[in-house]
Design a protein around this ligand. Structure first.
Ligand SMILES: *[C@@H]1O[C@H](CO)[C@@H](O)[C@H](O)[C@H]1NC(C)=O
Ligand SMILES: *[C@@H]1O[C@H](CO)[C@@H](O)[C@H](O)[C@H]1NC(C)=O
Ligand SMILES: *[C@@H]1O[C@H](CO)[C@@H](O)[C@H](O)[C@H]1NC(C)=O
Ligand SMILES: *[C@@H]1O[C@H](CO)[C@@H](O)[C@H](O)[C@H]1NC(C)=O
Ligand SMILES: *[C@@H]1O[C@H](CO)[C@@H](O)[C@H](O)[C@H]1NC(C)=O
Ligand SMILES: *[C@@H]1O[C@H](CO)[C@@H](O)[C@H](O)[C@H]1NC(C)=O
Ligand SMILES: *[C@@H]1O[C@H](CO)[C@@H](O)[C@H](O)[C@H]1NC(C)=O
Ligand SMILES: *[C@@H]1O[C@H](CO)[C@@H](O)[C@H](O)[C@H]1NC(C)=O
Length: 552
């Protein structure tokens, strides 16, 4: 008896469930008395059929609604090329990308100086308390170059740091903070362009700004990261800490004791302690941010010290941490095996130093580097550092393996004064595409007058080591250049900011975007070595087929 019941349960498991439900004495309402004598099965199956068709109908209805009635969110069409011009203006070396209008296409931020803003917004300098002409910060749509917002934000040029988190009425937002000359400190909402706060800056009259705006962890416990600016006043480096959310100075100016030069860096040791590193008279000088904060406020600081670093530093005064061969020109944080390491470029050598104990890992001394190095992947998943040896006609591009300092690739590529820095973009094959400015034809000829020379942009990919592809010639003065992915994992684009060479002679300022894939078909193939694909078209096809990936 039990056997046959079980067998039936196996064949009709649901039926059995139904029975159990109906036999449940806890729910007598289900079984009407008048139905007792009738066979129950047909009614149950009818119910089931109705339920089945109802749910099927409901599903179809949902599919119908989703696919036909609710419109798809339209993917904004991104134009392959756009250009926005400002006449009688001046621009500065600043380009940033952020998704400002939240259309999932990165938009472009830049600065220009003019009497009035563009026609789309009739803002004038006096609206924000500046005299005319003044510096505007502007956001252009990455999709078509239309102006999203602009705002007068400084009198003359500025140091800008965008994407500084802000706390506005308990909602986190983001801002661009501008330290203007002379003496203004302004934050502009990244998404709307509204001025969030504006103060005169508290730097000394003759102070020259040494660092960019360095972003510190929250030291004043208001929930937003804070900012640090280093200045050089009277042969001494001074540090100013500002609240990132209000722009008010935290404490007083803290002295770093020694003189330094531009190129400071905020370094976080493996213990999570923050140190400011800056080049000073043939050495690398350092100072703990905790010490600076305590000195500025006369109180405690939530930051940490690293015992190892405190041992290396003179406890009484900030000063030399490490003696370098020659004056340090560039200082960079680079990813290391455990935490960040330091890449130092001095007048004598380029070297990698351990980020914790400052022990040199490798030194490459056969080069005179006059440009800040860039990083990229030459071999899959292996970082390489790209340096430029020499300038002008004697310039060479060198790729060094970041972990060993071994030379991977080198190529003579004469440069022109005013060439923008090189750039790299990760590609889907775990290598990088590289973008170099120069003039391949200059080899063996006289150096052209920089003013009427064309700057040529070359693209290089490690899978085609014997080939450069000349993507574009630009005769205007290029103030800033970026190779970016405006849409995640879609196409790579070049953004050019061109304008007058001197800030005293206003002229045409343009921001232009070109899709890399559109530039490739008209590119000129430059063969550096024998081998590689036979036809130029095959080379262009290889470059066209490159897929990029967004940096994590
Ligand atoms: C700037 O704006 C003011 C007032 O809106 C106008 O009178 C002036 O002609 C404008 N100047 C330029 C150069 O467009
Ligand atoms: C432009 O200026 C006029 C007059 O000053 C004002 O009425 C108008 O609202 C302004 N437009 C914008 C977009 O700010
Ligand atoms: C440019 O794109 C934005 C969205 O990114 C859109 O709102 C605007 O209408 C477009 N402008 C033009 C001139 O196509
Ligand atoms: C600023 O520098 C100039 C010359 O470099 C000097 O004459 C002047 O006294 C300095 N001012 C201050 C406030 O230090
Ligand atoms: C540490 O700094 C003090 C004051 O600047 C100086 O007198 C002393 O010589 C320094 N010590 C070392 C080891 O550099
Ligand atoms: C760097 O340039 C110098 C001078 O032009 C040259 O002597 C040296 O060999 C170059 N270094 C490398 C690694 O090619
Ligand atoms: C380079 O320029 C100098 C003078 O400017 C000229 O005498 C010389 O012939 C030029 N050389 C070449 C290769 O054009
Ligand atoms: C750049 O200019 C040179 C000579 O002026 C020309 O041969 C080359 O084709 C140009 N390249 C591109 C990409 O237009």
């Amino acid at each position: 008896m039990t056997d046959s019941k079980d067998l039936e349960a196996e064949i009709h498991p649901l039926k059995n469930e139904d029975k159990k439900l109906q036999e449940n004495p806890g729910k007598p309402a289900n079984t009407g008395d008048g139905l007792k004598g009738l066979p129950r099965q047909p009614r149950v199956s009818r119910c089931r059929t109705v339920a089945f068709f109802l749910s099927l109908f409901f599903c179809l209805f949902v599919v119908f609604v989703v696919s036909f009635i609710i419109p798809c969110p339209d993917r904004p069409v991104s134009q392959g090329v756009w250009r926005t011009d400002y006449s009688a203006a001046v621009t500065y070396d600043f380009l940033a990308t952020e998704d400002i209008n939240r259309d999932r296409i990165q938009d472009v931020l830049f600065l220009y100086k003019n009497t009035n803003g563009s026609n789309s917004f009739n803002l004038s300098c006096t609206d924000e308390g500046f005299s005319s002409p003044c510096t505007f910060v502007a956001a252009l749509s990455g999709a078509n170059g239309s102006v999203l917002w602009e705002r007068p934000a400084a009198q003359d040029g500025a140091l800008v740091q965008c994407s500084v988190p802000q706390l506005q009425a308990r909602r986190t937002s983001s801002a661009c903070v501008l330290v203007g000359r002379p003496g203004s400190f302004v934050a502009v909402d990244l998404f709307t362009g509204e001025t969030l706060w504006s103060h005169p800056s508290s730097f000394g009259r003759n102070a020259s700004i040494l660092s960019s705006l360095l972003q510190l962890p929250d030291v004043d416990a208001d929930g937003a990261p804070d900012l640090l600016v280093l200045t050089q006043e009277e042969k001494e480096v001074g540090g100013y800490i500002y609240s990132g959310s209000t722009g008010h100075q935290i404490g007083h100016r803290g002295s770093l004791g020694v003189g330094g030069t531009a190129g400071s860096l905020l370094h976080v040791t493996r213990a999570g302690a923050h140190y400011i590193l800056f080049p000073c008279a043939g050495s690398l000088c350092g100072c703990s941010v905790k010490g600076l904060h305590e000195k500025a406020t006369g109180g405690g600081s939530p930051l940490k010290r690293d015992p190892l670093w405190e041992g290396m530093l003179n406890a009484t005064a900030p000063g030399p941490l490490w003696r370098s061969p020659g004056a340090i020109h560039y200082l960079m944080n680079v990813p290391g095996k455990a935490g960040e390491d330091l890449l130092l470029v001095s007048s004598e050598a380029c070297m990698l130093v351990d980020g914790q104990d400052l022990v040199p890992r490798w030194t490459f001394s056969a080069a005179q580097v006059s440009r800040k190095p860039i990083l990229g992947h030459y071999k899959p998943d292996t970082l390489a550092v790209v340096i430029e040896n020499g300038t002008g006609v004697d310039r060479q591009i060198l790729f060094l393996d970041l972990s060993t300092g071994a030379l991977l690739w080198n190529q003579a590529l004469p440069g022109l004064p005013g060439d923008p820095p090189s750039a790299s973009l990760p590609t889907a094959d775990h290598r990088s595409a590289f973008f170099f400015w120069g003039l391949h034809e200059l080899m063996g000829t006289n150096q052209t007058e920089p003013r009427d020379a064309q700057h040529s942009l070359y693209m290089f990919h490690p899978t085609l080591p014997g080939v450069l592809l000349e993507l574009a010639n630009i005769s205007a003065n290029i103030v800033a250049f970026q190779a970016v992915l405006l849409e995640p994992s879609r196409h790579a684009a070049c953004v050019f900011l061109t304008g007058p060479t001197s800030p005293d002679t206003p002229g045409m300022v343009s921001v232009a975007k070109h899709k890399v894939r559109d530039l490739v078909p008209s590119g000129r193939v430059v063969r550096l070595a024998e081998g590689g694909p036979d036809s130029d078209q095959a080379v262009r096809d290889r470059f066209s087929r490159l897929r990029y990936r967004s940096e994590a």
